[in-house]
Design a protein around this ligand. Structure first.
Ligand SMILES: NC(=O)c1ccc[n+]([C@@H]2O[C@H](COP(=O)([O-])OP(=O)(O)OC[C@H]3O[C@@H](n4cnc5c(N)ncnc54)[C@H](OP(=O)(O)O)[C@@H]3O)[C@@H](O)[C@H]2O)c1
Length: 268
């Protein structure tokens, strides 16, 4: 019970990795607020997460906010502050993906992905860090393996996740003085509604490349994330394959490129 009484906000907490994380924090005795856009999905998630609460004294609620809308995020932070003060933990899991061939992805999609996946994270940090710096806390920003490796088909998604990676490294360094820890979570393909949607539209080349890395469950990814938080790991990469890709992309990038090109060539 390492998170008893901690106040946790999880964007994207109504689904996938965010919802799995919320269930872990519920079992650990935390007070949880999940954030997403669709109210009905949030309500269903709250009742699912409630069944994992360790005690009746814990709180679980939701807030419908589009994280790409800075004014709404800022208003949410003010409301949260006046009702509860500062959160202890923020998990920025809200995100979307839109795989496809660069030439076929509309310009607006590049902007939308960046608005949610990157500026959504910046907005949450900008709104809540001023509250958190009094007492310290923890922020986890969810990037991806596509946040350190450019992968065929992810010309809209990779840049947003690379941006989350760089932003979080800076934040980790700048917020240390306030005792606010920052970690970057880089999951591999994870069995969630996002992956299900991606699988309907991703190019064959992308499917072949990511097929090499396997798929994890959101519960396992969330478990690795929480264990990583307990050790304040700067970069948390769930799964052996993901870790291998991280080290290979840093130390033997030409081999990684060769492996990816070999898959891509099969379709030309
Ligand atoms: N699944 C994977 O294979 C995988 C791999 C690597 C990284 N990731 C990253 O992990 C994170 C979680 O992904 P997931 O697979 O768990 O996705 P998911 O199951 O599709 O859940 C996404 C969550 O984000 C919320 N969301 C989306 N846009 C939002 C917005 N503008 N404002 C507020 N909430 C928003 C969704 O709810 P609403 O739609 O109701 O807003 C939902 O709760 C994402 O950042 C994703 O990019 C996923």
């Amino acid at each position: 019970m390492r998170f008893v009484g901690k106040k946790v906000i999880i964007t994207g907490g109504s689904s996938g990795i965010g919802k799995s994380a919320a269930k872990i924090f519920a079992k650990e005795g935390a007070d949880i607020t999940i954030v997403a856009r669709r109210e009905n999905v949030l309500q269903e998630a709250v009742s699912e997460i409630s069944s994992h609460l360790a005690s009746k004294d814990q709180g679980i609620d939701y807030k419908s906010v589009d994280v790409s809308d800075w004014e709404k995020v800022s208003a949410f932070a003010s409301e949260y502050a006046s009702n509860r003060g500062a959160p202890d933990i923020i998990i920025n899991s809200a995100g979307i993906s839109h795989p496809g061939y660069f030439e076929e992805i509309p310009y607006e999609v590049f902007q939308r992905v960046m608005d949610i996946d990157f500026f959504g994270v910046v907005g949450m940090c900008k709104a809540f860090v001023p509250l958190m710096k009094e007492r310290g806390g923890y922020i986890v920003n969810i990037s991806s393996i596509a946040g350190f490796l450019g992968v065929f088909g992810y010309s809209a998604y990779c840049p947003a996740k690379f941006a989350v990676f760089g932003f979080s490294q800076v934040l980790r360094s700048e917020l240390k003085k306030y005792n606010i820890h920052v970690s970057i979570l880089c999951p591999p393909d994870t069995d969630t509604p996002q992956l299900e949607m991606e699988n309907k539209i991703k190019p064959e080349e992308t499917r072949a490349i990511s097929g090499n890395a396997g798929v994890m469950s959101p519960d396992d990814v969330a478990k690795v994330m929480v264990n990583g938080m307990l050790r304040s790991k700067p970069v948390i990469v769930p799964g052996l394959n993901g870790k291998f890709v991280l080290y290979a992309s840093r130390w033997i990038p030409s081999v990684v490129e060769w492996v990816m090109n070999r898959e891509i060539k099969r379709f030309s």
